[in-house]
Design a protein around this ligand. Structure first.
Ligand code: HMG
Length: 307
């Protein structure tokens, strides 16, 4: 079998946002800034830094404007933030953010739990945001959660995901990231999903966002690569989880995705050693086990070599 894989993949690092949003313990602005700066120094060209959402809903993201003010903005790196509505967009704009992401869901129950409105209402809320973004020349990325299953509604139909993805693109999102929020999908599901969505949206405008709850994320990324998808979201050290999807573990670890891609000869521009160091550092700050198996293996090797 000869499969044509994309020669280059863009990694969207979501650790500082998706990774940290679920942490209960306080994390200082300085630590968040350090994480973002470590990640850009490792060569990541796209970093989701924070969220402009209600601090009552997601308290950990409350200081996002302060984080944006203090990070070192390297040329060529995109520093993005989530914005669920016009209020969030205006706050992001005031903080100097030049790229935002809106987020919808493929299931009604998750939409209600996550952003307190139906899928249709969420798209209506995005309309004035999209208008304002166009006016200020701010790029907008879109997310769809629960594309391979919902913790409340169960199965999700690929045709429904395709419909919402096409709506988001039609509204002006330059790319839509399809999120397996609870990590239940398999490689077969991933093939079927992208095969169906690509009938309505060009594959160049789609990304994959996999959580590793069932240990399937790398297999799903490989399946998506076969479908010609060349943008993947991941989180350093596998940090994360969604506050509105109980039991969902972190995103697939960036180190693990990088190891896969390096082994396939696919370019990313990311330096593994620096990335592992960045992940190790934030795990020590949080006092938690590193969720990347690659990082754990590399760190163990270094430890045994240095005695
Ligand atoms: C969307 C809302 C705000 C609706 O929340 P709501 O309560 O329906 O909003 P509202 O418009 O009725 O306003 C209620 C209050 O919130 C305020 N408010 C309203 N908007 C904002 C804002 N932007 N920033 C700050 N404050 C805001 C507003 O000003 C008002 O304040 P009050 O008058 O009561 O003092 C709320 O549900 C919310 O913030 N949800 C957060 C959802 C979230 O961040 N979830 C995690 C990220 S999504 C995710 O992780 C999935 C993803 C993307 O990674 C992909 C995947 O894996 O699936």
């Amino acid at each position: 079998m000869s499969t044509q894989f994309p020669p280059r993949v863009r990694l969207v690092e979501v650790g500082p946002r998706d990774g940290l949003q679920n942490e209960q313990q306080p994390i200082s602005v300085a630590e968040k800034v350090r994480l973002v700066d470590d990640l850009s120094a490792a060569g990541l060209g796209y970093i989701e830094v924070g969220s402009f959402v209600s601090p009552r809903w997601v308290p950990q993201m409350a200081g996002s404007a302060d984080v944006f003010a203090a990070i070192e903005q390297r040329p060529g790196v995109t520093y993005a933030a989530l914005a669920p509505n016009l209020k969030g967009f205006e706050a992001a704009l005031a903080a100097g953010v030049r790229e935002v992401a809106v987020f919808a869901a493929a299931s009604e129950a998750f939409s209600q739990r996550n952003i307190n409105c139906s899928i249709g209402e969420s798209l209506q809320r995005f309309a004035p945001l999209m208008e304002a973004a166009a006016e200020h020349d701010v790029r907008v990325r879109g997310y769809i959660s629960c594309v391979l299953g919902c913790p409340y509604d169960g199965a999700v139909q690929p045709a429904d995901v395709a419909h919402i993805a096409a709506e988001l693109i039609g509204m002006g999102c330059y790319e839509v990231s399809l999120g397996d929020t609870i990590g239940v999908g398999t490689a077969g599901d991933t093939h079927r999903l992208f095969d169906r969505v690509c009938r309505d949206v060009p594959r160049e405008r789609l990304a994959g966002h996999f959580h590793d709850t069932y240990g399937q994320a790398l297999a799903n990324i490989h399946a998506a690569l076969i479908e010609g998808i060349a943008v993947f979201d991941s989180s350093v050290a596998g940090l994360g989880g969604c506050p509105y999807a109980r039991g969902a573990t972190g995103n697939v670890a960036t180190e693990d995705v990088l190891y896969l891609l390096n082994g396939m000869g696919i370019e990313t521009g990311v330096d593994m050693d620096r990335l592992v160091t960045a992940g190790d550092r934030i795990c020590q700050v949080l006092g938690k086990l590193n969720g990347s198996r690659v990082a754990r293996a590399m760190l163990a090797r270094i430890e045994s070599a240095t005695g």
